[in-house]
Design a protein around this ligand. Sequence first.
Ligand SMILES: *Cc1c(COP(=O)(O)O)cnc(C)c1O
Length: 457
Amino acid sequence: MDRDLERAARERAARRDEAVRAAVEQGLLGPDAAVAGLLDVTGIRRSAAALRAAFDAVVPPGTPVLHAFAVKATPLVPVLRLLREAGIGAEVASPGELALARAAGVPADRTVLDSPAKTPAELREALALGIAVNADNPQELDRLDALVRSAPTGSPLGIRVNPQVGGGTIGATSTATATSKFGVALRDEGAREWVVRAYLDRPWLTRLHAHTGSQGIPPELLTRGVAETYALAEEINERAGRRQIDTLDIGGGLPVNFAAEATEPSYARFARLLAERVPGLFGGRYGLVTEFGRSLLAKHGTVVARVEYAKSAGGRRIAVTHAGVQVATRTVYAPEAWPLRIAAYDAKGRPKPGPEVVQDVAGPACFSGDLLAEGRALPLLEQGDYAAALDTGAYYFAHHYAYNSLVRPGIYGFAPDGSAGVGFATVREPQTIAEVVAESGGAHADALTTLGAPGSR
Ligand SMILES: *Cc1c(COP(=O)(O)O)cnc(C)c1O
């Protein structure tokens, strides 16, 4: 690993340690705030800059490149605004995600809509706004045909293909398997010819999109997906006799190193790999769209939870904390696929020294599988300490799961405060119990008892 990555990893860990201590000191964490999400603003800015620099280094000057952050990874408006300021757009896949991107001020021409289940209303709105749309399947393309006929649009339009290059180590996040639900499956009989004809018949189709998968897909396989997509674009343009496809959307999916601090693979390494294996893509004939999510945010988020009780059972030590399935759903339900690093802090938020003891780090939910980590060697967590689940800035605390009616924790961004301390900004308020009652039908308490009762209509 190169020196710069090592140094960046050390610095990130140091920023996180300081933030945990400051969060305890400033009362963002404590007996009355037993769990919180922390976001490293410095780190997010650096990742955004690294992404842009990585691709700038391999494309000819002047090549249009849009890095659209996959909003589903961290659907928080202040994060999308921070990324916008760092030159990153938004990839959205639902009306809610589009609304978040717009609330963050991401312009239409820096937004891409990719969902597999877009309704006519969603498509109409996207085309009216001028947002790029990638059609997932022939039926969606029919709908686009009708919309394009009925009104002119500034939206760049394309088709999503599934290059069927195979899956990675996690089935649920592999999108280029033979039978994936996404895009037009290119290797199916007749599919490639259908795609080519679709373009030849529609001069307004100018983009081609593939997203080969997320965590668990090695960069080499992502690169093969991009190579297949590039080859198809070349074939279409050749048969069209012109450069009809002017932009390739290569999706996201760069995996995150959940086993250690370092950011590996880096964007720079991935961009170089792409440039080496698919050189034509970087010859200046194509604009580029990327859609990275996890790799931009994961390393910059930390869930910190107070240890409410420390106990033992059957010889195993167990720290019962306030972070479990509600903030780390994938880890709890599929611990083999989604292991998380855990860091131990004392009651003042200072890193706990050893010796290490094998223990379980449990969450607050009422089922025995609610474990952040099982049989993990860590400095012994005691009552009043804090356990931190690292690398949880994407697909974790922003993806609350309402099991046991546990409240959504507050999320706070942190950065140096300008006088050698740590400053915090609220990204999302902690949910209140009143809000939990309201969203659980609190306003309709009588709804079922009065339904069909004598005297009611
Ligand atoms: C989820 C998704 C992404 C982002 O994937 P990451 O693994 O978070 O980088 C990009 N594009 C599409 C179409 C997606 O569904």
